[in-house]
Design a protein around this ligand. Structure first.
Ligand SMILES: [Zn+2]
Length: 303
């Protein structure tokens, strides 16, 4: 008789879509552990990144213990080996090819060993991973752990606006997250949504996942308890009677909100500050998906 494995909740989506906020809220609502972006672990260990607890990841008691267990299980001699394996992961464009490739064997083994190590070190029954990347979701579905998926969406005009501005990166020791062009942001947003949808559909069809929930950032920040209720319900938790407030943990990477948890408010600055031509251009580029996800074509009208 095998013992019951903890559940993993994977947040899929694009950068600057609120995945760190969602991860914090989910971990709180489900009384679980928020990993942050787990696929960054090996890179974070060797590059001086900081954990949410304030320590460098390479000195955080949680992540040092996780890495030691995973390295031992796989016989890795350095964190750089883990980083190199993750660098070879599938890309979203490969997941959109007519025939979806299977993840590489070394990446599958690394993911499985890392997940087991997180389960053993934390002892939690629910683990939340905000890695976002569809390829990491695809890989995690090959592990034996039960898996639920939240596909997190955000209005692409808000994502374009957010990515066009440098943003503090306290996990990087005082650096900034570099700005990105409108074309790059829009193309990544489209590719990311399509790849996430395709992977999620494939996993649902094969029965590899429990719940697959599509969630909009805007709905999440307006009413967190209602937005999270379907997933919490499927995991046997009841968020309605619990205060939904983010808390401090040991999240890896993500964005600066993890260093300032507390008040939840919708970030709608893009409606006022995004250049008109950029708003029109990103609307045109993302038009088919805007409609599908229920976002208004005229970005100056609140949903
Ligand atoms: Zn830590």
């Amino acid at each position: 008789m095998g013992e019951r494995r903890p559940r993993w909740v994977f947040i899929a989506g694009c950068a600057r879509s609120g995945s760190t906020l969602l991860g914090l809220l989910l971990a709180e609502a489900l009384d679980g552990f928020f990993c942050g972006e787990l696929h960054h672990l090996w890179h974070a260990l060797g590059n001086g990144r900081r954990c949410q607890c304030g320590e460098p990841v390479a000195r955080c008691e949680v992540w040092v213990a996780v890495a030691e267990r995973a390295r031992h299980e796989l016989g890795l001699t350095s964190d750089e080996e883990g980083t190199a394996i993750m660098r070879r992961r599938l890309r979203s464009r490969e997941l959109l090819a007519p025939r979806m490739p299977r993840p590489g064997r070394d990446e599958l083994e690394l993911r499985a060993a890392t997940q087991r190590a997180v389960e053993e070190v934390t002892g939690e029954s629910v683990l939340v991973d905000s890695s976002k990347l569809p390829s990491v979701l695809w890989t995690s579905a090959f592990t034996a752990a039960p898996l639920d998926v939240v596909h997190l969406l955000r209005d692409p005009r808000a994502v374009v606006f957010s990515q066009s501005r440098p943003k503090d990166d306290p996990g990087g020791g005082g650096g900034v997250l570099a700005p990105r062009s409108l074309l790059t942001s829009s193309a990544d947003w489209i590719r990311g949504q399509l790849a996430a949808e395709r992977v999620a559909r494939r996993l649902e069809a094969s029965g590899s996942v429990g719940t697959v929930l599509r969630l909009r950032y805007e709905d999440l920040v307006d009413d967190p308890a209602t937005a999270l209720a379907p997933l919490a319900g499927s995991l046997g938790a009841d968020v309605a009677d619990r205060p939904v407030r983010p808390r401090w943990q040991h999240a890896l990477d993500g964005n600066p909100i993890r260093f300032d948890p507390g008040v939840i408010r919708r970030d709608d600055r893009w409606r006022r500050d995004l250049d008109r031509w950029k708003a029109v251009a990103s609307t045109v580029l993302t038009l088919p998906l805007l409609h599908r996800y229920g976002y208004r074509i005229n970005p100056w009208v609140a949903p």
